[in-house]
Design a binder for this molecule. Structure first.
Ligand SMILES: [Zn+2]
Length: 421
C-alpha cells in the first residue's frame, strides 16, 4: 500500500512539473539587462521553472527541447516596475476622487482593480507598488492576496493599506460637522501613531505610507502635517517589523521632515529645491516624481499641452526634476497611475526623458533601481541567471525611442506567457 502510494505521488509530481513549466528559449535581437548601460547582442535566454536559467550564445542551445520564441527586431528587458500606483482608483475626469471614495461600493472598486491589474500586466508592468487604498480600507490587501492565489491576472502587487494622515488634514472635506464621512486614509497623531502603524502592519500592509503634507493651508495650499518626531515614530515602528516607510510630500518643509524622519522614498516632491534634493542625496532617499499625474491633473483642469503655457504645477515639477538630477538623487519610476488610465504607466517614463533624464537611466529606474527600492533586487529588475523570469520584449531599441515601452509585444510572467509576438 505504502509503495503504491509512493508511486502515485511520484507520478503526480512528474505530471505537475511537466505540465507547469515547459522550458522557453527567448531569442531577441538585443537585451537590456536592467543594469548595463548599453544593449547586449548575440545572446539567447533560457527560462526554466519560471526562472532565468541560462544566458548564452544561441548556438549553445542547439540541442535544447525548449519552446523557441523568436523575437526578431525586439529588445528583451526586465518586466517594468511602477513604484506609485493606485489600482483602486480610476481617472478623475471619469469620476472625481471624492465620488470614488464616497459613492463606489467596495465590490465596484475591487472589480475595477481586477481590470486595472490585467491592463497593467499586458502593458509590460510585472510589479506595482500600490500607494494607498484611498478610502477602501484593506481592500488592496485582499486584492493582492486574491492575485497571489492566481484567481485574477496581474502584476505582483505590494500594498500600503490605508496610509496615515494627520488629523484634520485629509479629505473628502466640505461636510457639516454633524456628518461623518469615510476618509481616504487613517488619521492619527503623536504616540498613537505606534498603534496605528502596528495595526496597518497587522492588517497586511507591505510598507507604510505617511502624508507629510496635504492641502490644508489657510488658502487650501499644501502645508506640512506631521512633525519630524511623529514621522520617526512611524518609521521606527515599521522598521522593527522589517518594513519601510514612504512619504507623500510636495513642499520643501514636509520633504525635509520626511527625509530626517527616515523615509526611504518621497512621492511627488514638485516644490523640491536644490537644497532639499541635496539633503535627499546625502540621506540616500529616493524620489518618485509622479510627473504623469501632474500632467494629467493639469489637463483635467483645462491645460492643453503644446498650445498653452505651462501652468505653475508643471513649471514647478520641471524645475524640481532638473534640480533632483543635478543633485544626483536616486530617481525611482513612480507614476501615480489611477489618476490617469491603468496601462498607460509608461507615460511617466516618456516624461522623465522629456524632462531631461537620459533614456538608459530611465530604463534602469523602471527596472533595477525600482527593484532595489523594493528590497527585491535579488529576484527582479534584471535579466541575470537565477532571477525570476519576469521579462518583456519591445519592438526596436527603447534607448532610441522610449515610447516603445508603451506597447510590449511579449510579456512573460514566470512560466506563463501573457502576451506572445
Ligand atoms: Zn498617489
Amino acid at each position: 500500500m505504502l509503495n503504491k502510494l509512493k508511486t502515485v505521488i511520484a507520478i503526480s509530481a512528474l505530471m505537475i512539473s511537466s505540465a507547469a513549466s515547459a522550458d522557453i528559449l527567448l531569442v531577441p535581437d538585443a537585451i537590456f539587462d536592467g543594469v548595463s548601460n548599453k544593449l547586449i547582442t548575440g545572446k539567447a535566454v533560457l527560462v526554466k521553472d519560471g526562472k532565468i536559467a541560462r544566458i548564452a550564445d544561441p548556438s549553445a542551445f542547439a540541442s535544447s527541447t525548449a519552446e523557441v520564441i523568436n523575437l526578431n527586431g525586439h529588445t528583451l528587458m526586465p518586466g517594468l516596475i511602477d513604484l506609485h500606483s493606485h489600482v483602486l482608483l480610476h481617472p478623475y475626469d471619469e469620476v472625481s476622487w471624492n465620488d470614488q471614495v464616497l459613492k463606489e461600493t467596495y465590490a465596484e472598486r475591487a472589480i475595477r482593480a481586477s481590470n486595472h491589474l490585467k491592463h497593467s500586466l499586458h502593458a509590460g508592468y510585472t510589479t506595482l507598488r500600490d500607494l494607498g487604498s484611498e478610502g477602501a480600507g484593506y481592500l488592496d490587501v485582499g486584492v493582492r492576496d486574491t492575485l497571489n492565489k492566481g484567481v485574477i491576472e496581474g502584476p505582483r502587487l505590494l500594498v500600503a493599506g490605508k496610509a496615515i494622515v494627520a488629523t484634520g488634514s485629509y479629505g473628502p472635506k466640505g461636510f457639516g460637522e454633524h456628518v461623518s464621512v469615510p476618509l481616504g486614509a487613517e488619521e492619527g497623531d503623536g504616540n498613537d501613531l505606534i498603534r496605528i502603524t502596528r495595526d496597518q502592519i497587522g492588517n497586511g500592509a507591505d510598507f507604510i505610507k505617511v502624508y507629510a503634507d496635504y492641502r490644508w493651508g489657510p488658502n487650501g495650499e499644501a502645508m506640512p502635517t506631521f512633525s519630524i518626531e511623529e514621522i520617526k515614530t512611524i518609521v521606527e515602528t515599521a522598521r522593527s517589523s522589517g518594513r519601510y516607510t514612504v512619504a507623500h510630500a510636495s513642499t520643501p518643509e514636509a520633504m525635509r521632515r520626511a527625509i530626517l524622519g527616515g523615509v526611504e522614498t518621497i512621492e511627488h516632491g514638485s516644490q523640491g529645491t536644490p537644497e532639499i534634493f541635496k539633503l535627499m542625496k546625502d540621506n540616500n532617499v529616493a524620489w518618485c516624481s509622479t510627473l504623469a499625474a501632474g500632467e494629467a491633473i493639469s489637463a483635467y483642469q483645462g491645460w492643453k499641452k503644446g498650445e498653452m503655457a505651462d501652468p505653475q504645477r508643471i513649471t514647478d515639477q520641471k524645475a524640481a526634476f532638473k534640480a533632483a538630477l543635478d543633485a544626483g538623487v536616486t530617481m525611482c519610476a513612480g507614476s501615480d497611475v489611477g489618476v490617469f488610465d491603468h496601462g498607460d504607466n509608461a507615460w511617466e517614463l516618456e516624461l522623465m526623458v522629456e524632462y531631461g533624464m537620459a533614456p538608459i537611466d530611465v530604463l534602469m529606474s523602471a527596472t533595477s533601481i525600482n527593484a532595489k527600492l523594493l528590497h527585491m533586487e535579488s529576484k527582479i529588475g534584471a535579466i541575470k541567471e537565477g532571477m525570476l523570469a519576469e521579462i518583456i520584449a519591445v519592438r526596436g531599441d527603447p534607448i532610441k525611442d522610449i515610447s516603445t515601452l508603451r506597447s510590449p509585444s511579449f510579456v512573460l510572467q514566470g512560466s506563463t506567457m501573457i502576451k506572445k509576438p
